[in-house]
Design a protein around this ligand. Structure first.
Ligand code: FCB
Length: 441
């Protein structure tokens, strides 16, 4: 009897995502490196150190990605290497990035380049970082240099990564540098990140008319703990709006919406050629008047939920489908710019990959233009304040010896990339427990 195969579009991009500071190593001239030297900032006192040693030998991992059937890779370039002092651009750093991108192209891997992924040159941090409005023209100038140098190899640009996460973790919770707990500052930073996106969007198109420019938006699903409680519903809606909605409204409608801001942002209107979705998990939210920082919501996970390692959240694949359907209303091409799971022993990842991709497939069936999927991540890397305690890699890394060992998920993902589909054979080999769910009858 023929069985269902979940096919993806013929030009679908299959890749992994990384970011400079998490993989390059010895990336010393920025606010994160400084933060790692402070006691108590990173779990177990871990440091990025050599990371995955990509500044020296990214190409070896590109070989692995190519062998694993990947045809795209999202990576970021490092502002602090490219502009180590304000106004001074380092051609040697740009040359190394040219070599890196050429290395991807030679392996038939299309690069998507992120221009800002959480971290700042020290000189910028010292002048107030993203709170200082000067950051917008400074970012634009840096972006222009990057596009001039790397445009030969790249047309797919991601301006900023997760502006909501950066504002929230750096300026509300204070677990990322600069470690502030100041809601007003967080909103100012959020606005400047979106302004920088808009300025970069225009500048990139001036320099490279064929460019495709977007940003990577982290969407977290917020559901009311008790759907019958008006207060729970109100607080879930409010968190959703603050975290998910306002950043999109700025660059689509050209309006600041509360709490991010108020009034018009005309210059930001329609500054997206595509939208990136970083999806990981969801929260349920109950009203709690003591939780001012969280807009009066207490966030937790349902009692019967399957949880991810290290308190990372709930295993909730439906959230992928819900987030994609929500983004589809923008009428833009969508890339899944990140999706993954911390899972050192790889006991959940195979199911996580297949169930989340099945959700992606379902949304594609509704004619939503989903262009590609970048799994976070290729090789275990430095996971910010969690240090090396959370392992997101398809490939396991020992950061001391730099030894790598593919997890089973690497082969599962390879088989999906090569088939451009989730086939019954893949389900039977890697996740037989999903057969009754995905292939009933
Ligand atoms: C995202 C970040 C990425 C990585 C993953 C696990 O929020 O963009 O750098 O840390 O989470």
């Amino acid at each position: 009897m023929p069985e269902a195969t979940f096919h993806f579009p013929s030009d679908f991009k299959w890749g992994t995502a990384t970011s400079s500071h998490q993989v390059e190593g010895e990336n010393t001239n920025n606010d994160w490196w400084a933060w790692e030297q402070e006691e108590g900032r990173i779990k177990e006192g871990h440091r990025s150190g050599r990371a995955c040693d990509w500044w020296q030998r990214a190409e070896e991992d590109f070989d692995r990605a190519a062998e694993l059937g990947q045809n795209a890779h999202r990576l970021s370039v490092e502002w602090s290497r490219i502009e180590p002092r304000e106004g001074y651009f380092d051609d040697a750093a740009l040359d190394r990035y040219r070599e890196i991108l050429r290395g991807l192209r030679e392996r038939d891997i299309e690069p998507m380049v992120t221009l800002h992924h959480f971290i700042n040159p020290l000189w910028l941090a010292e002048m107030g970082g993203w709170e200082n409005p000067r950051v917008v023209p400074l970012f634009e100038r840096y972006v222009a240099r990057v596009v001039e140098a790397l445009g030969e190899f790249c047309t797919l640009w991601c301006t900023v990564n997760e502006p909501n996460v950066l504002a929230y973790l750096g300026y509300v919770l204070g677990v990322f540098p600069p470690g502030k707990q100041d809601f007003g500052a967080a909103m100012k930073v959020g606005r400047n990140l979106m302004r920088a996106h808009g300025a970069a969007y225009r500048r990139i198109h001036d320099l490279q008319p064929e460019a495709q420019v977007g940003f990577a938006h982290n969407i977290r699903v917020f559901d009311p703990a008790n759907p019958r409680s008006p207060l729970d519903r109100w607080v879930a809606r409010w968190q959703d709006r603050a975290y998910n909605e306002t950043f999109l409204a700025a660059v689509t409608e050209g309006r600041w919406r509360l709490p991010l801001g108020f009034g018009f942002a005309w210059r930001l209107r329609n500054t997206l050629d595509w939208i990136g979705l970083n999806y990981y998990t969801r929260d349920v939210v109950a009203f709690d008047r003591r939780m001012g920082k969280q807009l009066f919501g207490r966030n937790f996970h349902p009692e019967d939920a399957e949880l991810l390692d290290g308190g990372y959240g709930e295993f909730y694949p439906e959230g992928m489908g819900r987030s994609l359907r929500r983004l589809s209303r923008l009428g833009l091409p969508i890339y899944i710019t990140e999706n993954g799971i911390p899972d050192a022993d790889d006991d959940q990842r195979p199911r996580y990959i297949v169930t989340h991709l099945h959700q992606v497939w379902r949304v594609i069936q509704g004619c939503v233009p989903i262009m590609g999927y970048f799994h976070w991540t290729l090789v275990d890397n430095f996971e910010w304040a969690e240090g090396w305690t959370l392992r997101f890699g398809l490939i396991e890394l020992d950061p001391e010896t730099q030894e790598r060992r593919p997890r089973r998920s690497a082969y599962l993902y390879r088989d999906i990339c090569k088939a451009n589909a989730i086939t019954p054979e893949i389900i039977d080999e890697y996740v037989p427990e999903l057969r009754p769910v995905l292939l009933p009858g």
